[in-house]
Write a protein that binds this ligand. Structure first.
Ligand code: 5GP
Ligand code: MG
Length: 185
């Protein structure tokens, strides 16, 4: 059965990445991860950053053929109005200990890079066996700090995007595609 694709509403400008393109790219990333971790003996701990990464993580994880478990963290980043850039507060930490384990952090989008740079540091301090990062989208034009990304879905221009987990004021997360949006307010 073919499900109807939700139409663009008036504040969505255009579809940037459609559902088929997303699916095939996620398959490619899963294949890379399967290859890179083929020799691990302990399950890979996949840590999703709530809520934006949820759709990417679940699609990706279901294509993995290596031992893995999933876990989540919730964070809040401080405002973008010049105050304390890059400071991140944990609202919920992982349930699993990551010490002596291989960890893959999964994020929806890399913008300034502050969130992932902070998370990398925070996780490394817990002495995992390794920490790698997967991001679904990247806005290279907006980077302020560099942080290594091991698996990346797509580069996008400096526009606000929604769908496939990404929101605007909590709306649009469940769209099956990535759309560019023009906020009215
Ligand atoms: P960074 O610390 O890299 O600046 O922030 C990344 C976070 O900003 C992402 O996890 C996401 O929550 C948010 N973000 C950045 N750009 C966008 C965008 O275009 N759309 C949405 N929905 N969130 C974004
Ligand atoms: Mg996020």
């Amino acid at each position: 059965m073919q499900l109807a694709i939700p139409p663009l509403t008036e504040d969505l400008k255009r579809v940037l990445i459609d559902a088929d393109t997303i699916r095939s790219r996620v398959d490619e990333l899963a294949a890379e991860i399967n290859r890179d971790y083929k020799d691990i003996t302990e399950p890979l701990v996949i840590v999703g950053v709530l809520k934006g990464s949820v759709f990417f993580l679940t699609d990706l994880a279901r294509k993995l053929r290596i031992p893995h478990i999933i876990d989540f963290i919730a964070i809040s980043s401080y405002g973008k109005n010049g105050d304390k850039r890059g400071e991140v507060r944990f609202l919920m930490d992982t349930r699993e200990s990551i010490t002596d384990r291989h960890v893959l952090i999964v994020e929806d989008i890399l913008d300034s890079g502050h969130t992932l740079a902070y998370l990398t540091q925070n996780f490394e301090a817990r002495h995992p066996l390794s920490v790698k990062k997967a991001v679904f989208l990247d806005k290279p034009a907006r980077h302020e700090v560099e942080t290594e990304i091991h698996y990346k879905g797509f580069d996008i221009p400096d526009v606000w995007v929604v769908g496939y987990g990404l929101d605007y004021k909590e709306e649009y997360r469940t769209l099956p595609y990535i759309a560019e949006m023009i906020p009215k307010n």
